[in-house]
Write a protein that binds this ligand. Structure first.
Ligand code: ZN
Length: 246
């Protein structure tokens, strides 16, 4: 209701003034959100769980080869990720997370904290089990790991022109992973990986390349054995990027 009123007022101001710049009216208040609400402006030096919540959501806005730590410490890496997020969505890029940044995040997140264009149901197929059970970590940990992957993919999707990315496989129990011929050390058993299918709108190689600056340390695609029909993205501590035909 309040949003609608603000919008009407803004429209009225625009109509009267004629040439009011967008930045003068586009300052949405940080609204409460059913998933998570930030209660303070965050900038370098801040620490806490609210910083971690922010880091999860900007983890896909890193430089090539960078991996953002979800450590609750707002250092230069977090500030730079926030800057890229802000620039990516047309906000003032100052690296400080305030009402405008939170407002954009509220727009992007669903009630269960997943980003707008990805849902747990796309990541929990698990050979038809539709859950996060039976992996190498607890279901809660797998789900948390998947959430990070989703936000990285949301960033990737936006950078690739807001085109659909189709998930063909993500979390797998140990037995599910074995049954589909996954590696015995596969990140899929941790909820740390996703396979992006051929029916995605960006090409397999476009997604492979974009994954480098979305925080993915494991990227496999065209030309890597078993990866000609999907691009695999994953989070791990050491880097392994391979796609001989990209
Ligand atoms: Zn995979």
């Amino acid at each position: 209701m309040r949003k609608r009123l603000t919008f009407l007022l803004a429209a009225l101001v625009l109509a009267i003034a004629g040439t009011v710049t967008v930045s003068m009216v586009a300052s949405p208040e940080a609204a409460a959100d059913e998933c998570y609400t930030w209660n303070r402006t965050l900038s370098q030096g801040a620490s806490g769980s609210d910083v971690t919540q922010l880091q999860i959501r900007v983890a896909g806005w890193v430089s090539s080869g960078e991996n953002l730590a979800l450590d609750g410490q707002y250092g230069p890496a977090t500030a730079n990720a926030v800057k890229r997020f802000q620039a990516g969505y047309g906000l003032g890029a100052d690296g400080v997370a305030g009402p405008q940044t939170f407002g954009k995040l509220y727009q992007l997140q669903d009630g269960d904290c997943t980003p707008a264009h990805f849902a747990y149901s796309e990541f929990d197929d698990n050979c038809g089990a539709n859950n996060f059970n039976g992996g190498r970590v607890s279901a809660a940990t797998a789900k948390r790991n998947v959430l990070r992957v989703m936000w990285q993919l949301e960033a990737m999707r936006h950078k690739l022109g807001d085109r659909p990315i189709v998930i063909t496989s993500s979390f797998r129990s140990v037995s599910c992973n074995a049954s589909v011929g996954g590696s015995s050390t596969s990140l899929h058993m941790y909820g740390q990986a996703a396979d992006l299918g051929l029916s995605s709108s960006p090409s397999q190689c476009q997604m492979w390349n974009a994954g480098k600056s979305a925080g993915f340390e494991e990227l496999l695609s065209q030309g890597y054995p078993g990866h000609n029909d999907h691009t695999h993205v994953g989070n791990k501590s050491s880097r392994f990027w391979s796609a001989p035909n990209c």
